[in-house]
Design a protein around this ligand. Structure first.
Ligand SMILES: *[C@@H]1O[C@H](CO)[C@@H](O)[C@H](O)[C@H]1NC(C)=O
Ligand SMILES: *[C@@H]1O[C@H](CO)[C@@H](O)[C@H](O)[C@H]1NC(C)=O
Ligand SMILES: *[C@@H]1O[C@H](CO)[C@@H](O)[C@H](O)[C@H]1NC(C)=O
Ligand SMILES: *[C@@H]1O[C@H](CO)[C@@H](O)[C@H](O)[C@H]1NC(C)=O
Ligand SMILES: *[C@@H]1O[C@H](CO)[C@@H](O)[C@H](O)[C@H]1NC(C)=O
Ligand SMILES: *[C@@H]1O[C@H](CO)[C@@H](O)[C@H](O)[C@H]1NC(C)=O
Ligand SMILES: *[C@@H]1O[C@H](CO)[C@@H](O)[C@H](O)[C@H]1NC(C)=O
Ligand SMILES: *[C@@H]1O[C@H](CO)[C@@H](O)[C@H](O)[C@H]1NC(C)=O
Ligand SMILES: *[C@@H]1O[C@H](CO)[C@@H](O)[C@H](O)[C@H]1NC(C)=O
Ligand SMILES: *[C@@H]1O[C@H](CO)[C@@H](O)[C@H](O)[C@H]1NC(C)=O
Ligand SMILES: *[C@@H]1O[C@H](CO)[C@@H](O)[C@H](O)[C@H]1NC(C)=O
Ligand SMILES: *[C@@H]1O[C@H](CO)[C@@H](O)[C@H](O)[C@H]1NC(C)=O
Length: 273
């Protein structure tokens, strides 16, 4: 075959490879890498928080689904998990852990419609340092006279009380069937509960205010490792936090910064004549 035709064909294939592996509209894509590296999330005691979190100044394409942080009064960070709101007290990005507090129950244990704390179906799960505490509401007054760890809620009824404790403690009590509502809340293990504190609502509030620890994992943590190893920043598609994207210096890619790979592919191609 004609040498020129072969050369022409080869150039055509090479250009096609270049075109298909190069990111589109570079000037706009380019900035996502720098935006995500520069706009880290900071609010109150949380500083420079990165992927998978986003919110405040940090655009959604720098984060992932389920990790939106809200900065309240430039001081506290709120995150919604399922239908419940939590306050994020601390985030350890090395360990991928977070200390959080139920926003409602921590501030008002007598809040009318209290629900169990649930992380099921979310990107968060309890660490082994967490234990369940049970709170029983609307108990008859005979129950509460036995233990220190009881309190009353005006909105539930003048002569009704609430008690709390771990399952071991509650098993020792009688008349619990009189309590209408049972709620499970996570607290740190080894927290000084009740007795030592003289019980009452203060000891409960203190335990809840400490928060509890969870670990987190984004949908695409495996893809993210590949992206980071190739020099990219993990993130998501424009306007779609459920869709993983890898933001690279040369633009946004599906899973990793492939520029180097396609260049060496081209190089190989010419080398092999
Ligand atoms: C957060 O990042 C900024 C800019 O990179 C840096 O100046 C600052 O020292 C960092 N803060 C902390 C607490 O690491
Ligand atoms: C929030 O805090 C940051 C850093 O401390 C400060 O630069 C900014 O002006 C504050 N914003 C508001 C609305 O107070
Ligand atoms: C959680 O917080 C968001 C935003 O602040 C609010 O719109 C929502 O109603 C809150 N949800 C609950 C269950 O309190
Ligand atoms: C995060 O956890 C690691 C390992 O447990 C620890 O060494 C590090 O000090 C923690 N970082 C922060 C900011 O607490
Ligand atoms: C409390 O829960 C009940 C039933 O679950 C519901 O009908 C009611 O609207 C809730 N009230 C508030 C204030 O959320
Ligand atoms: C909380 O969960 C326990 C079982 O884990 C259940 O018995 C209780 O009814 C639940 N409470 C509420 C308010 O849903
Ligand atoms: C607490 O109990 C609930 C069920 O009511 C369960 O889903 C959750 O995993 C328990 N939490 C811990 C830390 O054991
Ligand atoms: C508390 O229990 C009493 C007696 O069983 C019942 O009449 C009342 O409706 C209950 N209150 C609430 C808020 O569940
Ligand atoms: C509460 O108890 C007191 C004294 O035991 C009694 O006089 C009063 O009627 C009770 N109130 C209610 C609402 O049951
Ligand atoms: C349950 O609570 C009691 C008293 O509050 C405490 O002595 C006990 O060690 C706790 N048990 C577990 C398994 O945490
Ligand atoms: C209740 O609290 C008091 C101190 O306020 C303490 O002396 C007492 O031992 C506690 N009762 C129980 C059953 O732990
Ligand atoms: C993202 O949403 C904004 C506002 O809804 C819209 O203007 C923009 O075109 C969207 N971008 C993409 C890439 O879909």
């Amino acid at each position: 075959m004609d040498k020129h035709i072969i050369l022409l064909l080869r150039s055509f294939v090479a250009i096609s490879i270049l075109l298909t592996t190069m990111p589109c509209s570079c000037s706009q894509e380019d900035s996502r890498f720098s935006v995500c590296s520069q706009s880290l999330y900071s609010c109150g005691s949380l500083t420079n928080i990165s992927y998978p979190f986003w919110g405040q100044n940090r655009p959604s394409f720098c984060g992932s689904r389920g990790f939106e942080l809200q900065c309240l009064h430039n001081r506290t960070t709120s995150i919604q998990v399922g239908s419940q709101n939590f306050t994020a007290l601390g985030i350890n990005e090395t360990d991928l852990t977070m200390r959080m507090v139920r926003s409602d129950i921590a501030y008002d244990v007598c809040a009318y419609n209290i629900s169990n704390t649930s992380l099921s179906g979310s990107h968060f799960s309890f660490l082994p340092t967490v234990q369940n505490l049970t709170i029983l509401y609307n108990c008859s007054s005979e129950v509460s006279t036995v233990v220190n760890n009881s309190f009353t809620c005006g909105n539930i009824g003048a002569n009704r009380s609430a008690i709390y404790g771990n399952e071991t403690l509650l098993r020792q009590l009688t008349n619990l069937e009189s309590c209408g509502v049972r709620v499970q809340v996570p607290v740190l293990k080894g927290i000084q509960l009740v007795e030592a504190e003289g019980g009452g609502v203060d000891a409960l509030n203190k335990a809840l205010d400490e928060g509890f620890d969870v670990e987190y994992s984004a949908d695409s943590s495996d893809l993210c490792t590949g992206c980071r190893d190739s020099g990219g920043l993990c993130g998501s598609a424009m306007n779609d936090t459920s869709h993983f994207s890898c933001h690279c210096r040369d633009g946004t890619h599906a899973s990793s910064c492939s520029a180097k790979k396609s260049m060496s592919f081209l190089f190989l191609y010419f080398l092999l004549e």
